[in-house]
Design a protein around this ligand. Structure first.
Ligand code: ADP
Length: 333
């Protein structure tokens, strides 16, 4: 059921690990970001220092973790991985920072979910490679400065807008990852099919690519479902296997999943096409506002099904057509 969820979990994590490109050259698409990162990494190598801190922003499954690994791998640097939700206190962060070795890459996923106190500690760490550790409580409390090894922070966030300015400003470079084009996903899939040893035709890959929500993680996952389908039915992983498998998993011809469609039909059928506010929409479909904003909305906006206005989300004429309704019908009473 969760085949289209852009978040990774369980079994998929191992699968993803096996498919991750290890170098910028293997990383498909995002040409602009790749060029920018390449320059930044090469400059650091020439100057024999740790690369600037990097912020990667974009919806889940577009390659943020992969890029963090590539930053470490290309520079032959060790990598430490943690996430915002795991840093609930400044002390959690201090423990990580103080154990970094020189030149280490520290990846903090979902950095917008880190505790406030840790965020403040991070400012100084990023700028001066130093933290102030508070010892004791009340009047007797003192702060002890602690030198850190120079490191490169790679932060990932689905919502760059949620980061406080002082934190955002301390990144030397911010990359905004975009949804992938169908031909780029085709290349991602070709590579993945070769890696898992699946014989599959180019037209079948194009069909999967076109239905993957512009997201490599989803493309790879759908590929696996198609392989399962072919395996179980004893047939080839061809165009008809793709169609059957995707239908089974409720992926429509635009790659919209159940939640995408729920949001779309809520705007159209419950709110007469909008505008409707984010929190109202979230309550209506029974999902968290953050998920709607970070996962569902960017894709619906990019496919031209939804637009944002100061008063809320509005379904476009295309959305009505997509749901098999006539846009001319206008707002419902
Ligand atoms: P994020 O951290 O943004 O959620 P990941 O880096 O974990 O996304 O990527 C999810 C999956 O998609 C991984 O298995 C990775 O191999 C694949 N992937 C992502 N971006 C690319 C890319 N540009 N080229 C090839 N594979 C990619």
């Amino acid at each position: 059921d969760d085949v289209l969820q852009p978040e990774a979990a369980g079994d998929d994590l191992a699968f993803e690990g096996a498919l991750r490109p290890a170098s910028l050259a293997e990383f498909v698409g995002q040409q602009k970001v790749r060029g920018q990162l390449e320059l930044l990494l090469n400059a650091a190598t020439l100057q024999n220092r740790a690369p600037d801190h990097i912020l990667l922003a974009g919806p889940p499954g577009l390659g943020k973790t992969t890029l963090a690994m590539i930053v470490a791998h290309e520079g032959n640097r060790p990598l430490r991985m943690t996430s915002g939700p795991a840093i609930q206190h400044a002390g959690d962060l201090a423990a990580v920072l103080s154990s970094l070795v020189p030149g280490e890459v520290l990846f903090i996923d979902e950095i917008h979910r880190m505790a406030r106190s840790a965020e403040e500690m991070l400012y100084l760490a990023m700028e001066d490679f130093r933290v102030d550790i508070m010892v004791g409580k009340g009047a007797g409390a003192t702060s002890i400065p602690l030198e850190l090894a120079p490191f490169t922070l790679v932060g990932a966030t689905t919502r760059a807008g949620l980061l406080p300015n002082p934190l955002r400003d301390r990144f030397g470079f911010t990359a905004h990852l975009e949804f992938y084009e169908t031909d780029e996903l085709h290349r991602v899939l070709e590579r993945a099919a070769a890696l898992i040893g699946l014989a599959i035709g180019s037209d079948a890959l194009t069909e999967i690519a076109g239905r993957s929500r512009g997201t490599p993680r989803i493309a790879n996952r759908l590929l696996r479902r198609v392989r399962d389908y072919a395996l179980v039915h004893g047939g080839a992983a061809d165009h008809s296997a793709v169609r059957a498998a995707l239908e089974l998993y409720d992926v429509d011809e635009h790659g919209l999943d159940r939640l995408d469609r729920a949001v779309l039909s809520a705007i159209v059928e419950r709110f007469g096409g909008g505008p409707v506010g984010l929190s109202t929409l979230a309550v209506t479909v029974g999902e968290e506002a953050e998920t709607i904003e970070a996962v569902v909305e960017p894709f619906l906006v990019r496919t031209g099904l939804v637009t944002r206005s100061p008063r809320g989300r509005i379904a476009t004429a295309r959305a009505w057509t997509h749901l098999g309704l006539s846009p001319q019908a206008g707002p419902q009473p």
